[in-house]
Ligand binder design. Structure first.
Ligand code: BEZ
Ligand code: FE
Length: 290
């Protein structure tokens, strides 16, 4: 096409694609370019604004590393990561929620009733529940990969003071599908905001806070793996999570109980000085794999 105009450029782009290209790639590229062109037309995008967009992408690339995933963070704060999660969540299973950039694979095994809190200060939280299928039957042998921040709001991979797998544990459930562990009550924290994504948050007048949460990845042969999180119902950021991760079925009550109610046989973390501990029960439902 010689006479490319602002009105036909989208069709011209589509016409340049080969007849024998992969159908899904065609579908994605057609839709992507259509929305991109419409975005430029709708906003009457200027050269300066186009340059600012390119500078944003270059800024993300410049700080991208094994420990800093700025593009993923951009996707998170724009709501894209959560939207993709929700598009592929199974309504009959527990909701999925953002993985985030701070999970470390290869966590050490955590025995049933084991403790992740160790010497750290803060309220003890006992988390327990059952991994079930959609008929309510326990899934024997399911694996729970658990992680959270330390009480300073930092993940092990962000913090030189913590060892590699601090606040990470891998629990395999028994025939009854049950899991239980103690940890410190998670705290709310900010996503990294010292890079280009922070600039976007500030430009939009947004804060970088996430409500406190525990992360889980639950896997079991024959079931769709689930990446999710649980949140306490009294968290001040529950209704304004900067990465859009909160779902109704992931919001729990942390119940305060006297230490005398702590179940026998579980490890009471740090042999708490306090007279109470917090207790949360959260069952996980996995959908069968397709
Ligand atoms: C997280 O929960 O670990 C997280 C999720 C998205 C962006 C940053 C952190
Ligand atoms: Fe997190």
């Amino acid at each position: 096409m010689r006479n490319v105009t602002k009105d036909n450029i989208t069709d011209v782009f589509c016409g340049y694609m080969a007849d024998d290209m992969a159908p899904r790639t065609r579908e994605i590229m057609t839709s992507l370019v259509k929305h991109l062109h419409d975005f430029a037309r709708d906003t009457n995008l200027t050269h300066d604004e186009w340059r600012a967009g390119i500078a944003f992408l270059e800024g993300c690339a410049a700080i991208e590393s094994e420990d800093r995933h700025e593009f993923v963070l951009a996707s998170d704060v724009l709501g894209l990561s959560s939207l993709v999660d929700m598009l592929h969540s199974k309504p009959e299973a527990t909701s999925s929620s953002v993985l985030g950039p701070f999970h470390v694979s290869g966590a050490p095994p955590l025995a049933f009733g084991g403790d992740m809190k160790r010497h750290y200060g803060g309220p003890v939280l006992l988390a327990e529940g059952t991994v079930k299928d959609t008929d309510g039957q326990p899934i024997a042998g399911a694996e729970l990969d658990i992680w959270q921040t330390a009480p300073n709001g930092m993940y092990a991979s962000q913090d030189d003071e913590q060892d590699t797998f601090s606040f990470h544990g891998l629990m395999t459930v028994g025939n009854d599908g049950k899991y239980a562990f103690t940890t410190v009550k998670p705290v709310e924290y900010t996503v990294p905001s010292d890079g280009p994504v922070g600039d976007i948050l500030r430009a939009c007048g947004r804060h970088p806070w996430r409500p406190s949460h525990l992360h889980y990845i639950i896997t079991a042969p024959g079931y769709k793996s689930l990446v999710t999180e649980i949140f306490p119902e009294d968290d001040p950021y529950l209704d304004q999570d900067t990465v859009f991760g909160v779902r109704d079925d992931l919001v729990m009550t942390y119940v305060e109980k006297p230490v005398s109610d702590f179940p026998d046989g579980l490890e009471l973390s740090g042999k708490v000085a306090e007279e109470t501990f917090l207790h949360v029960e959260f069952d996980v439902v996995l959908a069968a794999s397709e």
